[in-house]
Design a protein around this ligand. Structure first.
Ligand code: ATP
Length: 705
């Protein structure tokens, strides 16, 4: 009598059959076409695209299975129950070799959405298909982890009829308990319902996402891009999507997710790099580490923060002043007096105004100006011809006059116009003196600060327009550090609004430039074109770490929302007093202890300032311990052991975090957000050393040593 096969064996057999099918398809694709025939080239591209998807499927054909029984309503509204279908869900959809039957369905397909939105229970579930809502019973939700062609893990999170239909988080908890390396990863196998709603939200909006630290904002935004490309295939293009991230190192850190999802070619930049490029490198960007040093290396007051030049330059008031200046330029650009280059030739202001306003109506200010200039020259040519003026001397005199006349029509670069707001007879009257002086000096030397880039980009776009195609979709990460003006500039780069704007006000450490409330940015868009989602569950850290971090923020005013942990327990958070002379040796000893345990792949020492980090790094090096020191202009993130100033750690995560010195000298009440950012970088282990008095932000916590 043959023994009954286990679920694992049955699934393994199914997997092997699927892999064989996929291998067969890859083999069948054949060599690349290298000839010149256009149709063949197109077909070759399609084959390559298919091969790419099959290769993704070969690595891990699927990660989920959902057994679904569709309910179909007949005409007399009697419910007919169909067969139970096993849907296998993977990163790339694959049809069976030589047929239309699906071997794997793409995680972005409508039917796959149930895999994420289904919350358990015996009631019928539903998903939206292009033909309307489909309802049915879910019988099974199964998660797989497939490695090298083997099912390494199989977890049923729902089986109809068992345990009163409850869902289990076992697979998610297993994934969250893993260590991290130097790159952010995709989460297709464990996307949560609240994240899925954001990923699949319609495209034609400015979608704001306020999410606590570790709630998956960045990850969700990247998955959303992959979804949009699938859902709106042919209507939006990867090359016309742009991700704006806070710095190059962060871009490197997130660079693995989209290729893992099979998506390439999406633009990735920082606002500064993009703006400097837009301005044709007509201005140099001041070293941003100077701004960082000013705000983070020495204590600053609330008053300094509120009067920061970045806040002023990022405000809509400033934008209004610039709009007024641009409007008066538009109004005065067309000459207001008659012009006669030759006896009997007359160009009137009305003619020129008509050309400028009506004929070139949709163009930007300077493009219209240049067209007007060419039109005046063409007018002369046609008049000369029309009136039969053959005399060479007369012709060249008239031409010279026209050239001189055209030259007098005002023409500005964005930098020139911007500089005129701060210095000279047309300077704006209401600019605070100190701001006007420092900005004029900087611009005079051909340099702009980061805070100048939004107004400069905006002026450039209003004067000359965008030279590249419009963006189909824009993602802005860490948007709490954006000013309304930055968003206004980006809005000019889209034909219709389609943005994903994500951030966390509780991590708004760049208050000298960013926003105190989302309303400042949301009010730029009409209500019908704005969406708002909140993510309150945090997936990164253990419960102990999140509870600890929540306390840091609890003293803050203004709608602080504590992060809700996923039930994943780990070590208690430790705080430890250390004498000055023992500080560096203690940091070193802690790192050695953690390394010897071998439990963590990435460890970070988070310092308060760059100077503090340099001291630690130097000390470690003297002991023969290799660590990488993160600096503000760093382009890549290498993982392993890092020493990083807290203000540069935002967005990153590490298995274990050691806050170098959480003493009161380092973290005053004003620095709650900074310390919160530092602590929430930890996945599994968090320890804080402190010299002198413990920071009052954590003072009432129990010490574990
Ligand atoms: N549904 C999920 N399944 C598995 N892991 C998840 C899930 N959601 C988020 N994570 C993990 O949680 C961590 C935090 O994600 P991410 O960096 O995208 O969050 P964030 O909200 O942008 O964080 P922060 O604002 O603190 O930088 C990552 O390791 C990510 O893989």
């Amino acid at each position: 009598m043959s023994e009954e096969k286990t679920v694992q064996q049955l699934e393994q057999e199914r997997l092997e059959a699927a892999l064989e099918d996929i291998e067969g398809q890859i083999r069948g694709i054949g060599p690349r076409y290298t000839g010149q025939d256009f149709t063949e080239q197109m077909l070759d591209q399609q084959r390559e695209e298919r091969k790419r998807r099959l290769e993704i499927a070969r690595r891990e054909p699927y990660f989920g299975r959902m057994d679904f029984q569709e309910l179909s309503n007949s005409i007399n509204r009697q419910t007919v129950v169909d067969e139970i279908q096993a849907l296998y869900i993977g990163k790339a959809g694959v049809a069976k070799n030589g047929g239309n039957e699906l071997l794997v369905i793409d995680w972005r397909a409508p039917a796959a959405s149930m895999f994420y939105s289904f919350t358990g229970g015996d009631e019928p579930a539903a998903y939206e298909s292009p033909d309307g809502e489909v309802t049915g019973y879910v019988h099974l939700k199964r998660n797989f982890m497939i490695r090298s062609g083997e099912i390494a893990r199989l977890v049923d999170s729902y089986v109809r009829g068992q345990e009163e239909g409850a869902m289990s988080d076992e697979f998610l908890l297993f994934r969250l308990g893993e260590n991290k390396d130097n790159k952010l990863r995709d989460i297709v196998s464990t996307i949560q319902g609240e994240q899925d709603r954001i990923i699949r939200a319609e495209r034609g909006k400015a979608l704001f996402i306020q999410g606590v630290a570790g709630s998956g904002k960045t990850t969700v935004a990247l998955h959303r891009l992959a979804f949009l490309l699938y859902q709106y295939e042919g209507r939006i293009r990867a090359e016309r999507m742009m991700i704006f991230a806070p710095n190059r190192m962060f871009l490197d850190y997130i660079s693995g997710v989209l290729p893992e999802l099979g998506v390439g070619d999406i633009g990735q930049t920082t606002f500064s790099d993009w703006a400097v490029e837009l301005l044709d490198h007509g201005i140099k960007l001041a070293d941003p580490s100077e701004t960082m040093a000013y705000w983070f290396e020495e204590p600053r007051t609330m008053e300094e923060l509120e009067h920061a030049s970045g806040r002023w330059k990022g405000s809509l008031l400033f934008k209004e002043a610039i709009d007024e200046r641009l409007a008066s330029l538009q109004a005065s650009i067309v000459p207001t007096t008659e012009f006669s280059p030759l006896d009997g030739f007359l160009l009137t202001p009305e003619m020129m105004r008509e050309w400028y306003d009506t004929d070139y109506g949709e163009e930007t200010i300077m493009v219209k100006r240049d067209r007007l200039a060419s039109r005046i020259k063409r007018w002369l040519e046609s008049e000369l011809k029309h009136r039969g003026v053959a005399d060479k001397k007369k012709r060249s005199t008239a031409l010279a006059k026209v050239n001189a006349y055209v030259k007098r029509i005002p023409s500005f670069t964005a930098v020139q116009l911007y500089a005129s707001l701060f210095k000279g007879k047309n300077a704006l009257p209401n600019v605070p003196k100190s701001i006007a002086k420092s900005t004029a000096e900087r611009l005079g030397a051909g340099v702009a600060a980061a805070e100048d880039l939004a107004p400069l980009a905006y002026i450039q776009l209003r004067l000359y327009g965008l030279k590249t195609p419009f963006f189909d979709h824009i993602v802005i990460d860490e948007a709490q550090d954006y000013s309304p003006f930055q968003l206004e500039a980006l809005r000019l780069c889209q034909q219709s609004t389609s943005m994903t704007i994500l951030g966390d006000l509780q991590q708004g450490i760049h208050g000298y430039a960013g926003i105190p409330s989302w309303n400042e940015l949301m009010s730029l868009f009409s209500e019908e074109h704005t969406g708002f989602f909140e993510l309150n569950r945090s997936y990164r850290s253990t419960m102990e770490i999140i509870d600890f971090a929540n306390i840091i923020l609890s003293g803050m005013t203004g709608g602080v929302k504590p992060a809700v942990p996923v039930f994943r327990s780990g070590d208690p958070v430790e705080t430890k007093a250390v004498a000055d002379q023992q500080w560096l040796p203690e940091l070193y000893a802690t790192v050695l202890e953690w390394r010897d345990k071998g439990e963590y792949d990435t460890i970070s020492i988070i310092g308060r300032t760059a100077r503090e980090c340099e001291d630690i790094h130097r000390y470690f090096a003297a002991q023969g311990l290799e660590a990488s020191l993160v600096q503000s202009k760093q382009p890549t993130y290498g993982g392993g052991l890092t020493v990083v100033p807290v203000y540069l750690s935002k967005g990153l995560e590490f298995d274990a975090v050691l806050i170098a010195d959480a003493g009161s000298a380092n973290y005053s009440k004003m620095d709650a957000k900074l310390l919160y950012v530092g602590c929430t970088r930890a996945l599994h282990k968090l320890k804080l050393l402190y010299r002198g008095q413990k920071s009052s932000l954590i003072a009432d916590r129990l010490s574990h040593s």
